[in-house]
Structures are given as C-alpha cells and as structure tokens.
Ligand binder design. Structure first.
Ligand code: NAD
Length: 367
C-alpha cells in the first residue's frame, strides 16, 4: 500500500487560490509517479476566513494543521481588510499565531536565480552568469525581536527605547542543526553570520555554531560579520550555499537575497518547527511574495513559488527527496524551454508568454 501523508492546504487570498490550484496539480502527479498518497484538507485562512467567520485563523483551520504532517500555505491579505485593527488583520492575525502555535523557529528562504533569468536581477549579469542558488536559514523566534526587557520609557525628561538581544545556546544549536542538515543535501557549505566583533550574542553564536559543526564533518563552515555579508552576497552570490543568520540579520539579508534573485513569483519559503528526530520537521511552506492584488483573478500570476514551496515540503517534512528534486528539475526545464508568466517575460526571442494554469500544466508534463 502506498504511504499516505496529511497536508493542510491554506490557500488564503488574492492570487493564493490561483497558484495553489497549480501546486495541487503537481502534487497529484507526484502521487501517481512516486506511489504515495496525499490527503489534502483545504481550510480557510486570512481575509477569506474573516469574511466567512470573522476570524483570520478559525479554530477548525488550526485543528486541521495539528492533524497534518505539514501546512501548505498560499498568502493572505488585501485592500479589503487593510482597515481592520492590526491584530485582526489577515497577516498579523493568521501568520504570527500559526508560527507561535507550532513553534516554527527556522525560516528557510531559497534565493534562486535561474541561469535563464539573470537579466531579471538588479545585479550586473557578468557577476551572476550561470545564475545562483543560496539558501538563507534565519532564526525566527529569538533574538532582539523577542528579547525582554522591551520598552519605551521616559528617563531624565526624554524618551528612551530598549530592545534586548537574547540567545540561549540551545536556540543557536537547533537553528545551526537545520542549516548544516540542509547543507548536506546541497552544496555542503554553511556561512554563519554574526557581529562577534561587537556583540556578546555574536561570540556565543559563533562558538555554538562551531561546536555544532563538529557533528557535520562533511560540511564546510565559514563566518562573516553581517556588514561584510551584506556586501559579499551582492557582489559574489554564486559563491554562497547556505547562509545561517540570527533573526534580525536574517530578516534583512534574506530580503536582500530575494531582491537580487529577480522575481518574487519564483521564490519559495519554509518555516520549520522542532525536528521529529528523523531529520524531518513539521513545517509551513509558502511563497515569499504576497497576494498580489494588482493581478489577482486574472489567471496570470506565476505559480512557481507555490510549486517550489510544495517541493520544499516534500523535502523537509515528508522526506520525499526524489520527488522534490523532480519538481525542481521540471521547473528549471520549463524555464529553459522559454515559458514565462508576465512577471518574468521580457519579450526576448524564444520566450512564450503563458498564464498561471498553462505554467502549472507545463511543469506537470515535465515531471
Ligand atoms: P506582493 O508580493 O503581493 O506583490 C508585490 C509585487 O509582486 C506585485 O506587483 C505583484 O503583482 C508581484 N507578485 C507577487 N507575487 C507574484 C506572483 N506569484 N506572480 C506574479 N507577480 C507576483 O506584495 P504587496 O503588494 O506588498 O502586498 C499585497 C498584499 O499581500 C498585502 O495585503 C500584504 O499584506 C500581503 N502579503 C502577504 C504575505 C503573506 O501572506 N505571507 C506576504 C507579503 C504580503
């Protein structure tokens, strides 16, 4: 009997349901080819859930996620819900509580620039000829965003703001383990980011990452100060494999990398919780972009970010590495064939402009 996996599917708003439909087609074909069974349970989230029940994250959505092996997420939000109080807004009211509820401490954002799409990057083409593929692994639940005390107070007649950067060794260790494990399945290199020349946090971070590295002799580790990393990533992105960073630095560097990769519609992401001990993680997988209200409902959004998010889910939560690689290869093949949704179409010779569903069908055909 084929192995069965439960997946909570939260498509959300805007282009979310359009691109999710294509990811589902891909999963259906993978199930046939790899003799597995995906039990997909669709649930409302974000604006769609607010319209239905008043809550951006209804209880039965959370319950479906709890039962599942992983969450495949679209994106949430849009002009219709922008004037609600902050905590009731789709992103704040759904994404943050989901991260908290499932302890999703590791944020993985691949910044992939395909060889055929280097023109879409703001970096000079001669620096990125052949494209690049960097995985940013960002610690998501610790550091200065969450450390206490955190306040704005009146001191000696003026306002003083305090944020506190706190990292426990165990927090550094578990995120480093995610980065090293990911590197084993890729180029075998980790670049760890800190500010050890100024911050005590940096000293502990570096020391702990070096300790973890001893358990991964097949992975090469180096360190960069964050200011230097910001420069090196933009001048020689091809030389990086996995970039491991604390919350604040990872927030900034992963956006820098997304920008230089060129197209938001191509970038997937994963947020992972504690490992189940078998090298697999519970996780939530979603495109890096948002709901793209400017093009929603027109059938022209790029479904690749959502499809590559599904591939990450197969790799990190279900252990279906071959199937994940097949999806990655199929995406590359359609790009090499010249198929382009509007966001990556330049009109050059050899390109064919396609819609969301045509792109999804072409990827399914390549599997
Ligand atoms: P956005 O990512 O939705 O759009 C930015 C630009 O990128 C737009 O021009 C859009 O058309 C384009 N784009 C994004 N994804 C694309 C795709 N798959 N194919 C083709 N083009 C694509 O960012 P925004 O405009 O700042 O935000 C729109 C809404 O999405 C807001 O309500 C915001 O709060 C929400 N949002 C949600 C998430 C999430 O759910 N994780 C993330 C970011 C933004």
């Amino acid at each position: 009997m084929s192995k069965s996996y439960q997946i909570a599917v939260l498509a959300g708003d805007g282009i979310g349901p359009e691109v999710m439909a294509e990811a589902k087609k891909v999963l259906a074909r993978i199930a046939e080819l790899h003799d597995v069974d995906f039990q997909l349970e669709d649930k409302l989230v974000g604006g769609a859930a607010i319209d239905d029940s008043g809550s951006p994250l209804p209880e039965d959505t959370v319950a479906a996620c709890e039962k599942a092996d992983a969450i495949l997420f679209g994106s949430v939000g849009g002009p219709k819900w922008e004037n609600l109080p902050p905590d009731q807004q789709p992103e704040r009211g759904a994404l943050l509580p989901l991260r908290k509820h499932f302890g999703l401490f590791a944020n993985l954002r691949p910044a992939v620039c395909f060889p055929a799409l280097t023109h879409a990057s703001p970096v000079k083409e001669d620096r990125i000829a052949g494209g690049f593929d960097v995985l940013c692994v960002r610690e998501l639940t610790g550091g200065i965003y969450f450390g206490e005390p955190k306040s704005i107070e009146e001191v000696d007649g003026e306002k003083v703001a305090i944020d506190t950067m706190v990292y426990k060794q165990s927090e550094v260790r578990r995120i480093a383990e995610v980065a090293f494990t990911a590197a084993q399945g890729r180029g075998g290199r980790v670049t760890s980011i800190d500010k050890a020349n100024v911050l005590r946090n940096g000293i502990l971070w570096r020391e702990t990452v070096e300790e973890v590295a001893k358990n991964y002799p097949d992975v090469k580790l180096d360190h960069l100060y964050v200011d230097n990393a910001a420069m090196q990533l933009i001048t020689r992105p091809r030389e990086f494999d996995v970039v491991l960073a604390p919350n604040l630095f990872g927030d900034i560097l992963s956006d820098e990398m997304a920008m230089i990769a060129g197209s938001l519609g191509m970038l997937s992401s994963a947020s992972l919780g504690e490992s189940k001990g078998d090298g697999l993680y519970y996780g939530m997988y979603e495109p890096s972009g948002g709901t793209a209200p400017d093009i929603a409902g027109q059938g022209i959004a790029n479904p690749i970010a959502q499809i590559l998010s599904a591939a990450m889910m197969l790799r990190f939560s279900l252990g279906l590495n071959e199937a994940a690689e097949a999806i990655d290869a199929a995406v590359k093949a359609v790009i090499d064939d010249g198929l382009r949704t509007g966001d990556i179409y330049t009109g050059s010779e050899g390109q064919t402009k396609v819609g969301t569903a045509e792109m999804g069908d072409a990827i399914v055909a390549k599997l």
